[in-house]
Design a protein around this ligand. Structure first.
Ligand code: F6P
Length: 545
């Protein structure tokens, strides 16, 4: 592909930027109140309002042209037909196959992988049912009451996020726990409340070589063996992995292993058996409903025109905000306590996927790629960092995620929650002029001189772009739609930026050096590093005892 920034569509978008540079979103609404009709769209259960962005129909049309020139439609089709779009690892990226119905066919590795997917789903179903009914027991014959998922990154963040999001659907018989950090405080805190005879560990690791996961898994097994014996491990440890050999070397019978495949990226794996902890928490029918929601969104993504395609539009608005308006970061602000883990989940999805600088040609990009993704559930963030978004010097576009129906009956709370979310999108766009600030203070009874002095402090520049994603409620199906939307948004942005969204070589170096330093610590060798690193190792050796 040609240099992105030299494409005629890119140049035209730069001219559009010049045209709208001094304008404001409010002004665009004054000039064209009808923009709300065409700068929004609906896909499945998700309504997206992107009218509170500094763009208009001409800009959207040019962004769509850019997507076409960058071959977004061809790449979507390459993904769905199992081509090796992960071009540095020579693999397809087929998470869409994990949620496809059993009558579909997707060929990879010389056969229809949908059969493999449904075979594992059946195995999961059988297992979940046997835990639910009490057919599968612990070694004393008692029911399993606690599930501990041990995994990190994609083998943790998706399941944690979904289990929290679907709290109202939890089985009352099972408690879910997640251990990811190699800091043993997390593991020990959780174990301190558990009874080994009623606890089941899921060791979730695509590679089954991840240092943190293996350390936690070994310590969990040691803890278990203080009460149970080796023979009992089969009832208390199962694995989710692509690496049967390592699973068996750990001591888990491969009959108790749930398989997935190389063509599932870690951060795209919650739909696979990595979602076992989700299925155990909410039941297999709810897990399947989540898959169905994601599949509905896949069908939309594959068949809708670029102009009415939810993930494509989200991706293009993001490109406008980052590459033309200069945003370095995007806040994700879910107004739902149950979506409190969504920002952390999206951090991995977006930043591990598109935090790259090398194009397929091996050249480096000369434009920005993935912005920094951060956020927190509203309304808590309003009392913490929103100050900076409203009045600071940084430019922070935001995605607001609102959920209309609450899973409880305290309607007043729900009205307050949603009112706050909507109000923030209005305040961020509108801001407050100096004149308005002064008038307000005079109304409050302030002396005119004092009002004049304080007015600059109480002014808001406004003109902050926001997207609002409105969901009717947070069901398993709608959660599936929401996550698939973001997955495909990330893919589309990766295509336009010309990078591979499906590898993660950037995490290698740190892992390798951690291994070296660990061995230097055990041999008390401080000589192999630069002066700062060596002195930090020495300090640790001195302080640790
Ligand atoms: O951090 C790198 C990474 O490879 C992620 O992509 C992955 O989700 C995580 O580590 C865990 O890997 P695994 O499932 O193989 O233990």
């Amino acid at each position: 592909m040609n240099d992105l920034t030299q494409l005629p569509e890119w140049k035209k978008l730069e001219s559009h930027h010049e045209r709208v540079r001094g304008n404001s979103i409010c002004n665009m609404f004054d000039e064209d109140p009808g923009r709300i009709k065409y700068l929004c769209l609906e896909a499945g259960n998700i309504f997206l309002d992107y009218s509170k962005n500094l763009l208009d129909s001409a800009i959207m049309a040019e962004l769509v042209n850019l997507a076409r020139t960058c071959q977004v439609p061809q790449n979507i089709s390459a993904m769905f037909t199992g081509q090796k779009i992960n071009f540095t690892e020579n693999r397809p990226a087929l998470h869409i196959a994990l949620r496809a119905p059993s009558n579909e066919t997707i060929q990879a590795e010389g056969h229809n992988i949908i059969d493999d997917v449904h075979h594992v789903l059946h195995k999961m179903e059988h297992f979940v049912n046997s835990i639910e009914t009490g057919h599968w027991t612990g070694f004393t014959g008692e029911r399993i009451t606690d599930i501990v998922n041990i995994g990190i990154g994609g083998s943790d963040l998706g399941p944690v996020m979904a289990v929290e999001a679907l709290k109202p659907y939890h089985s009352t018989k099972i408690r879910s726990h997640f251990v990811s950090n190699v800091d043993a405080c997390q593991l020990l805190d959780i174990l301190s409340n558990l009874d080994p005879s009623k606890t089941l560990f899921i060791i979730a690791s695509k590679t089954f070589t991840t240092q943190e996961t293996l350390a936690n898994a070994h310590s969990a097994r040691d803890w278990f063996l203080k009460t149970g014996n080796k023979k009992n491990i089969a009832q208390h440890f199962v694995a989710v992995s692509t690496n049967a050999e390592a699973v068996s070397a750990f001591g888990i019978n491969t009959d108790n292993m749930f398989e997935f495949w190389d063509w599932v990226g870690g951060r795209y794996s919650l739909w696979s058996a990595i979602g076992l902890s989700i299925a155990l928490a909410v039941g297999m029918s709810n897990f399947r409903a989540m898959l169905k929601g994601a599949h509905n969104l896949d069908v939309h993504f594959r068949t809708a025109s670029l102009e009415s395609n939810l993930p494509v539009i989200l991706a293009l608005v993001g490109i406008w905000n980052c590459n033309f308006l200069g945003a370095e970061n995007i806040a994700v602000l879910p107004y739902s306590e149950h979506l409190s883990h969504l920002p952390a989940y999206l951090q991995q999805l977006e930043m591990e996927s598109n935090g790259k600088r090398t194009k397929q040609t091996g050249e480096y990009v000369n434009y920005n790629t993935c912005p920094i993704i951060w956020g927190q559930a509203g309304t808590n963030g309003q009392h913490a960092f929103y100050q900076l978004i409203h009045q600071g010097t940084r430019f922070t576009p935001a995605d607001f995620i609102l959920v209309a129906r609450a899973p409880h009956t305290l309607e007043k709370h729900q009205d307050m929650l949603v009112a706050n979310g909507i109000a923030q999108t209005e305040a961020l766009m509108r801001g407050r002029t100096l004149q308005e600030a002064q008038t307000l203070m005079l109304k409050e009874g302030l002396d005119p001189k004092e009002a004049e002095r304080l007015a600059p402090h109480r002014t808001f520049p406004g003109n902050h772009p926001t997207n609002t994603l409105f969901l009717p409620e947070l069901t398993p199906e709608i959660l599936g739609e929401l996550i698939a939307t973001y997955e495909h948004k990330v893919f589309v942005q990766g295509i336009i930026w010309g990078i591979n969204s499906f590898d993660q070589w950037g995490v290698e170096l740190g892992k390798k050096l951690a291994g070296q330093i660990l061995s230097d610590i055990s041999s008390q060798n401080t000589k192999n590093h630069d002066p700062s690193t060596s002195s930090l190792i020495s300090r640790y050796l001195k302080l640790r005892n």
